[in-house]
Ligand binder design. Sequence first.
Ligand SMILES: [Zn+2]
Length: 529
Amino acid sequence: MSDRIHITTAIFYCNGAPHVGSAYEALAADVFARAMRRRHGADRVSFLSGTDEHGDKIRRAALAESLAPKAYTDKMSALFRDVFAGLNTTFDYWVRTTDPGHEKFVQEMLTRTNQRGDIYFRDYEGLYCVDCERFYTEKELLPGNVCPAHNRPVELISEGNYFLRIDKYREEVREKIRSDELCIRPERYKNEALNMLAEPLADLCISRPKTRLDWGIEIPFDTRYVTYVWYDAFWAYVSAPAARLGLDEFMAGAWPHTEHFIGKDILKTHAVYWPPILLAAGLPLPRHLNVHGWLNFGGSRMSKSSGNVRDPLYYETTFGPDVLRYFVMREVVYGLDGDFSEERLIERYNADLANDLGNLTSRVLAMVQRYLGGVISSAPAQENLAAAEDKHLYQNFRGISGDFSQPDALQTTVVDLVGKLEFKTALELLWNLLDVANKYVAATAPFTLAKDPANLPRVASILANLVEALRVIADMLEPFMPVTSGKILALLNVDAATARQPFGAGIKSGHKVNPPVALFPRIEKPKSA
Ligand SMILES: [Zn+2]
């Protein structure tokens, strides 16, 4: 039996609307989750996302709209959830850090950690950035005590606070990262994390006095304080599954196989703070930190503050379902920064979706209607084929040459590539298969053969092979393009069980398919300036 697996996006800080950068993370994690459901079984995969709703930046964003913080986050969390639903993400859990169950869980973890002895109180005077909501050491600041993230002076604040011992766990965390027990990928981010852990760490201040900020979860053993927003937000990865399954069962089952999808800007919090927070609570670490780069839009980072944001659903309504999803997964190497432009998206749409995928589907279904009255009257190719073209097609769609002992080698390869975060390579492999199928049409020329009725048996077998090829491609596209995959499989009139079969084991002689519809009408020019 295969392992349970827990997949998360970051918990989105909802002081602004979601943009294409946040959508990219949710989409990558969703492609991964859909592929892992194929490998592990749907009931053994949990997929979690949600919104991070406490802290001073939320309080101030709410004030700016004359709303109470909770009313503001009700609105913003719903906005995130609706955008991600519109992108066909398949979360099993949507966690809000203001959910009463989450708040109670965080308090339990604070109590537990305190009882284990890793929280202490001390008076503290430090340089504090209100925007970062954290203290800085002078060494970390720019000249003039300026915050490097916000380029504005920090404030000197003196107060008593609670601290979590994190330096105590530094060597242990470092060793777990070095040995890949906590595996950070791609590799460059592992090296960055090891560097962050090379020097002694200041213990983490995990409280905020209510006199300064009361929008947070109350510290259970000192009601004058709320907890630090990051300490609170991390636990969103755990609180809801723990409530459903029990903490012990979740920790013994899926948790050690957790896959966190995060942006490179929060590598430090996830590699340096989160592991000690877990260890101090006596809990195991997740399996992977899957770190992605930024999408650059016209040369600058796409972010809430840069003004170059677009509602991700704009792409869904303008170009159709799956197009944004396809584009970011095909265009960006996971882990590296990627360029995002509408011009490039339209180029890919026309070349890959309208031409390669859409045209093949339309042509094949049109020929089945015209020459065979819509009914596949032959079985698709098996091994030991006479025609070289058929053999070439068969071998490519079995994902191997000559060895037919693993009929689902191709399906396994695609899922494995996704498991290694090689989304782009997996799509290139599928588009190579589209190319093989398109070349098979040209090489066998069924439209020419069909002019002589004596050739109809051969035409029928060519079209059976092509319908079978389309079926396999449509099935394997599902993690990347769930709506399109469903449309093509509906046109091919195959049920879910048939859809998953290896090439040659799906469509049977006598199978009826539907007439074509245009999946991706060509876009002649940009729809907006
Ligand atoms: Zn700052």
